[in-house]
Design a protein around this ligand. Sequence first.
Ligand SMILES: *[C@@H]1O[C@H](CO)[C@@H](O)[C@H](O)[C@H]1NC(C)=O
Length: 272
Amino acid sequence: MSLLEEKPRFSGFLELEASNQPLLPGSKTLRRRGHTVRHHLYRLLPYVLALLATTNIVTLAFVFAKHPCPSSSPIYPKLEGVDETYRWTQFTSTLFSQSQYVARPSPEVDSLWKDLGAEIDDILIPAHYGKAADVSPGHAFVEFEPGNPSFVVSVEAFHQLHCLNLLRKSLFYNADYYKGLGVKEFRNHGTMLQMHIDHCLDMLRERLMCTADAGILPSFYTIYNTTTPDFKRDHHCRDYGSLQAWGRAAKALPKGMVLSPPEGAFVLEHVP
Ligand SMILES: *[C@@H]1O[C@H](CO)[C@@H](O)[C@H](O)[C@H]1NC(C)=O
């Protein structure tokens, strides 16, 4: 917060410097005054440079504080017990690799996605997480005991996996199976289901562009006189297992709990 307060003060000082400039051209008197100003400026040069260096450091500190690298979100809490260490991890998916996560629809493949965390939803986090996570009292909370509120939240990574899983279920060669089951997202049909799928696709687009991966995929020659990308590249990855374990252990909103707004809560009048 103190960094935020410092920024306008520096720009105010720079504006003050710039406002001396019109004194430089013009009448003799003004020119002389201009010389004086310029002279003073030279004497001030070391200080100005020092100040510029400071403002740069402050700006950089501000930028990096807001956009910690290589985090997944600009603002996110350090979840207690989640390992924040990033490790080099080799991706395994290739054009002809047969991942279990894209096996033909079955209860088994569904439970694999569930194990990943794709169904972790509506977690209760204690109020003290709020500030670090940019959660405000305007957001939904429940209070099982007075004075001890918990926010009703979901975690981006789990929601993103839910979205990817919904895209998988909606693929033209999988959709009939899930429409037939008619559970979860597929309890809806037509427009509502389409809106859900479109939302998921667009959120994943935003996620991918936000942390746009500038990694390079080199190619290999093949015997067919073509090249093929080398997909098995090393990536700097979060310990997903640690986040997954946190999510599984997190306090879930009791099933079927009616979320009626408490007295004085901020209430949306339409669903955005
Ligand atoms: C690949 O190109 C070489 C040289 O042009 C040729 O001799 C060979 O038959 C080609 N192989 C295939 C699989 O097309």
